[in-house]
Design a protein around this ligand. Structure first.
Ligand code: 6GU
Length: 197
């Protein structure tokens, strides 16, 4: 499965996916994660990606053209790529959405910054808008990481065979019993007798 992240801060993605389970999944070629710098798709000398909003108001808005060119570049490589805009205005991400997205072969995750993106990005350049919860982040980058992590672990082979039972159902996972390992006694909190026999 392939993930393209469209961002103004590609360096944020250099280390989070090199560790542990996702790092191994990348090594095995099960998932591929690429951070695409939106600024590389500007055509002007100053590589401008944002501008003041028409009608005035606070802050800056991300311009439509660099995002459009970046999206077109991704789409020209794979017309089936599914485009997601990460925004607190989007529909709340949950385990069912992770499952649905894991059946796709290619996700494009657009990370907003500043006060948001030009409305025409939402109208013309994305298939879906996703939020990871009712709070405001400084940008969509951390949200993109959350989505990639939750989706990747559902890709066949990413979890080892001993872990893949976890895929069965999210509710099973929530209902799991508390887990212990050695030592059996720790600061007066002991492992339940039934688990020791
Ligand atoms: Cl996807 N983006 C931002 N900026 N804030 C959020 C979010 C996304 N989801 C929850 N808060």
């Amino acid at each position: 499965m392939r993930f393209d992240i469209l961002t103004l801060f590609p360096a944020m993605f250099s280390s989070p996916f090199q560790e542990s389970i996702l790092g191994k999944a990348i090594e095995k070629g099960l998932i591929e994660i690429r951070a695409v710098n939106i600024r590389d798709f500007t055509l002007d000398k100053h590589r401008i990606v944002d501008d003041a909003p028409y009608g005035g108001g606070q802050g800056m808005v991300m311009k439509v053209e660099p995002i459009a060119r970046a999206m077109e570049w991704v789409k020209s490589q794979d017309s089936s790529a599914w485009r997601i805009y990460l925004t607190p205005q989007g529909r709340r991400f949950d385990q069912e959405k992770a499952r649905t997205l894991s059946s796709r072969s290619h996700l494009v995750l657009l990370c907003g910054r500043y006060e948001g993106v030009d409305e025409r990005v939402r109208e013309l350049l994305v298939d879906e808008e996703i939020s990871i919860g009712d709070y405001v982040l400084t940008g969509g980058e951390l949200a993109a990481m959350v989505v990639i992590d939750a989706v990747s672990r559902l890709v066949p082979g990413v979890l080892g065979s001993d872990q893949s039972a976890e895929e069965d159902s999210f509710s099973d996972f929530l209902l799991e019993y508390p887990q212990y390992t050695r030592p059996s006694h720790f600061k007066g909190k002991d492992v339940p007798e039934v688990l020791l026999s």
